[in-house]
Every structure is written in C-alpha cells, then in structure tokens.
Design a protein around this ligand. Structure first.
Ligand SMILES: [Zn+2]
Length: 596
C-alpha cells in the first residue's frame, strides 16, 4: 500500500556555510530515509529551507555593514550549494523570507489567537535611558543566569543554547553605549502552553516507538510548562498580523514560532510550484499520512513541544477549544528523529577556533558518498561521536574501496574480460543459492531497520552482504576456472556475483546514491537509477529570484527489490567506483585545523 510520508528536515540558520557536524544531524539521515521510502514505493515529500530571521543574522549583518536581507541572501545560496552537493534529495528546499512563508505563518498566528491560545501579556521590555527608545533584544548583553557566560544576548545564550528574555540576564547592558537598560512595561503575545499541556501529554503518550532519549526528554518538558513569548522586540521578521501590531516596526513574530511553520509553508510552496496547489493536503490533512522530523538534539524542544502545541492550538484541540483555520485540521508529527552531536578530533566544532570542516571544502577534496558513508556507519545516531581523519580514511579505504568497490570491480572486470556481458548461469550449487538467498533476504531486514531510522544497523547489514559476497568470490575463485570444461561453472559464479552486486547496489542506494548510479552504468544499464537534486532559480510574483533545491526523483528507476539481472547485457569497461585515500591526507587535514 502506498503511503504518504512527509520528511521534515531541520532548517539550517542562514548565517554561514554548513559544516559536517550540521549535516550529520539533520542532512544525511533524512535523505537516506527519504530515498529508501521512495524506492519502497511511497509518496515522499521532503521539505526544508534556510531559517533567516532572528537576532544572530541581524547582529552579524551589522558587523559586516550589510542588511539582514543581503546576509540571508548570501548564505541561503551557499547552503543550497552545500546540501545539493551532498545529494540531499529535497522535493523543495526554500527559505523563510518568502511572501508565501509570511502568509502561512500569519495564518497560524491569527487562528491560534482567535482560538484563545495566544495570550497578550504585559511584560518588561528594555529601553535606552538616554534616548527613551526601545532597545531590541539583540542590543542587550549580560551574564547568562544558567551557565554564567558573560556575553549572553537578550534572546539567547550562545554558550549553553538556552532561550532567554532580556530580564533574565544578570548585569544587563546596552551593546550600543554600555548603559544599563531600563525595563518598562510592554506588550507581547505568549503561546498558552499550560492550556495545551493535557493535549500535548495525551499525544506524547501515544508516541511509544520514538527513540527513548527523545521521548523521555519530551515527556520531562511537560512538567514545567509556562506561557512562552511568541513575539519579540525586533525589527527583522514576520509582522504580527493584528490591528495595532502589524505596522509596528519593532514587534515581530519570534523566529522559532515562524521557523517550524516552514515545514507547512514549504509544502504549500512545493504544491503551487508543482501546479497542483492543494497537493500538500495529502500529507498534512490526511490522517493516514506520516511525518518524520529530522534534527540535532538541541532542537528537540521545538519539534516535540512548540510545533505540536502550535498545531494543537491551530486545530482547536486544547483547553480553550476552538476550530481549525483555513488549512483545516493539520497532522501532528508521527516521529521526531533526533541525532546526538558530532565532534571533530575530540573537540567541539567551532568556526572561530577553526575546529571545523565545511561541506563545500570537504566536497572539493573528497566524494560526497565517502562522507555520507562515514555519517551513516559511524555518525552520531545514538550518542555523541567523534570524526577523525584517520577513521574517515580507514573506513573509506577498508570498507568502501577494499569492500564494496572491490566486489564491484572484481565481478564486473572478470565477466567483462571473459564473457563481455552478463553470463548465462548453469546449475546452482548450494553456495550459489545460499548467497543469493542472503542477498534477497536483506531487502526485508535492511528495509525494516530503515523504516525505524536505524541507519547504522541498516548500513551494517547491507555491508555484511557485501562481505559475504567477497568471501564467496574468494572461495569460488572464478579466475582460476580457465579450462574450457570449467567455463560453465565460471559463468555461474560470475552470474551469481553480478546478481548480488546488483542487489547490493539497490540496498546501498539510499546511503550512496552517487556511486549506485556508477555501478548501475558499469552493469551496462543506462538512464537514471537514483535521482539527483538540482539547484533551480525561481521567484514569487513581483519578487526577486532565489535558488531552491528540487529534483525529479519519481522517474528514477531505483526500487527496493531484487531484480533478476538480464543475461547477455553487455558490461561497461571497468573503472574504480571509489578513490583510495593516501596516508598523507590525515596530516594535511590536521594541519588545516586550528590549534589551541
Ligand atoms: Zn548560558
């Protein structure tokens, strides 16, 4: 049965290029999942975009003497290239500064407000005592009350990552002139989380198949639910769509309120671009559809609490009742799939200390599939994990080159040299049949693991088949079957090996789409096996052009099944699928990292 599956991928913040720690959390896992689901015949909608509002972009733009929009434009483009280069197969990767996104975010706010879940509260806002003007959050700095970091900002501590209010700061001061801000009464809208607590709790109780750490963390959040500010004193963001508010340049929707709505607005934009404006409803308004949200662990709160609360309030399903807005009743997340953190050579990633490798630098020197392989096989799926160049090189050389690449190369070159095409098999021995059974059975076992987002176990299981096939080839030694009387046996072994290569190509496609395409061509096939994402320039009516990632994945041939390989099909001249990495790369890369 065909299912509708929404893959909702965390929105990268548009203040710099992505490093490999970022893409190991949200990027590669979500793409492996989506590619598998498409191969299994399901209708996948994979959406995301750059998150472009909030204080850090404003602060950085001011430092660089450009507008927030110019900064966001620059990094939106850089990030689009990073993600496309890794082969991440978004149906739409867009941005939060589109008119469409503004309209969708405002529709959610208006309905939450109408249903009674946005409560207006008088709170303390900062003004500059010397000028009497509003002091936006980003201009207030002080000591973090949680971790003691001396340069926390009025909205967030960059050291511990906690969200703050300016009044939380110890010794607050103005970043403009150092004076102590004066706090006066100001109005803000708060999401009434206590009124949604019961609905949130009942929903979370049904989420028993989540990763245990994510579920436990999310349930713990329910113990301490307070109304949470969803508007801020800031002049960059989505205007608050209420009379008396929308024209106030210093009040905007909180960046996190609008960023999570991006999953919905990107789906709406995708539907419009595909020429079927209502198509997004098959994922959002269909109780049979499922949705999987991929992110690093620092974002769990927003996906297991804030976003579901926004949806419940929009649907009118909290203590205040209410009714859905113009989008109808929207589905809550089926699963929140969160990764742990990747470190680099034992250190936390840090752009300022140069403990970092950016995706674009990585892709200049290495193949995307080598990184995708490392992330799937050794990434931070269940625990914090360290990336080292030694281990990256070892896995590339021992597992991709000497394992999978060697199997492809040995099988295809022997068959090409001796037969020139896929050989005709004779009677199968027990060993032949056993290997073919193992490889066929792997579609069920690897598929079941991918269905549950257990990527590390899944790629391990697929590579186990590769290992057995390599052992089979060594045992059967078809290269020694030279006498004409042995040719039937030789051809049977090679046919078996090529069938398993074709199976493993399919089993590894979600993880290694670029090399799967190469293997497809080496096996003498033409056409697109695994679809590739493309960068396309688009615009909204009357608006500027911007790049999006899209792709035609539905027409690719890849299917999650063993297909009998076609006897007599000519094979392509063999060439290596992966590049062996020299020992010197480790030293070269370590020299590029900053020392401390
Ligand atoms: Zn802190």
């Amino acid at each position: 049965m065909t299912r509708h599956i929404l893959t909702a991928v965390a929105w990268p913040y548009a203040n710099g290029p992505r490093h490999i720690g970022h893409v190991s959390g949200f990027g590669v896992p979500s793409d492996v999942f989506s590619r598998y689901q498409r191969m299994a015949g399901n209708k996948v909608l994979m959406v995301s975009g750059t998150d472009e509002h909030g204080t850090p972009i404003l602060v950085q733009a001011e430092q660089e003497g450009v507008t927030a929009r110019e900064l966001a434009d620059r990094y939106n483009r850089v990030i689009v290239d990073d993600l496309q280069g890794l082969g991440l197969s978004y149906d739409l990767f867009t941005r939060t500064t589109t008119r469409n996104h503004y309209a969708v975010a405002q529709e959610l706010f208006k309905t939450l407000h109408r249903n009674g879940y946005m409560i207006e509260k008088t709170t303390k806002g900062a003004i500059s005592p010397s000028t009497g003007r509003t002091l936006p959050d980003r201009f207030i700095e002080g000591t973090c009350p949680i971790c003691g970091y001396p340069s926390a900002r009025g909205d967030q501590c960059d050291n511990c990552g906690n969200q703050l209010d300016p009044t939380d700061l110890i010794d607050p001061r103005s970043k403009i002139n150092g004076e102590t801000p004066q706090f006066v009464e100001t109005e803000h809208f708060f999401l009434d989380l206590p009124a949604l607590a019961e609905a949130l709790g009942s929903w979370l109780q049904t989420r028993t198949d989540w990763r245990p750490n994510v579920l436990k963390f999310s349930l713990n959040l329910l113990d301490d639910l307070k109304p949470r500010a969803m508007t801020r004193d800031i002049d960059w963001g989505v205007p608050v769509p209420l009379p008396g508010w929308e024209d106030n340049p210093n009040k905007r929707l909180y960046v996190w309120f609008d960023a999570v709505i991006g999953y919905l607005s990107a789906s709406v934009e995708w539907a419009r671009r595909s020429g079927e404006p209502d198509a997004w409803k098959s994922w959002w308004c269909n109780p049979e559809a499922s949705s999987f949200y991929f992110m690093g662990k620092d974002n769990i709160t927003f996906h297991s609490q804030i976003w579901p609360a926004e949806l419940l309030g929009y649907n009118g399903l909290g203590a205040h009742g209410g009714s859905p807005g113009e989008f109808g009743t929207l589905q809550l997340p089926t699963e929140v799939v969160s990764s742990e953190f990747l470190t680099m050579e034992g250190k936390k990633f840090s752009s300022s200390r140069r403990v970092v490798i950016y995706v674009n630098d990585f892709l200049e020197r290495y193949d995307a599939d080598s990184l995708r392989y490392f992330i799937a096989a050794a990434g931070p799926e269940n625990q914090d994990t360290d990336f080292t160049w030694t281990e990256f090189r070892r896995r590339n050389n021992d597992e991709l080159v000497a394992g999978w690449g060697n199997l492809v190369n040995r099988s295809i070159s022997l068959a090409a040299k001796n037969v020139g095409a896929v050989p005709t098999p004779g009677t199968l021995t027990e060993a032949d049949a056993a290997l073919l059974d193992t490889s066929k059975a792997a579609f069920a076992s690897v598929g079941a693991l991918l269905e549950r987002s257990r990527f590390k176990a899944a790629i391990g299981e697929a590579m186990r088949v590769v290992g057995e096939a390599n052992k089979y080839l060594s045992d059967q030694a078809p290269w020694s079957l030279k006498d004409p009387s042995q040719h039937e046996r030789r051809d049977t072994v090679l046919h078996t090996a090529l069938q398993v290569v074709d199976d493993c190509k399919a089993l590894l496609t979600p993880f290694l789409p670029h090399s799967a395409q190469k293997v497809h061509e080496l096996l003498g096939e033409s056409g697109v096996w695994s679809g590739s994402p493309e960068v396309r320039e688009v615009s909204e009516e009357g608006g500027p052009d911007y790049p999006v990632i899209q792709g035609d994945y539905a027409s690719a041939a890849a299917r999650w099944a063993s297909r009998p390989i076609e006897v007599g099909r000519p094979l392509a001249p063999p060439k290596p699928v992966f590049k062996k990495l020299d020992e010197s790369i480790v030293e070269d890369e370590l020299a590029r990292l900053g020392g401390e």
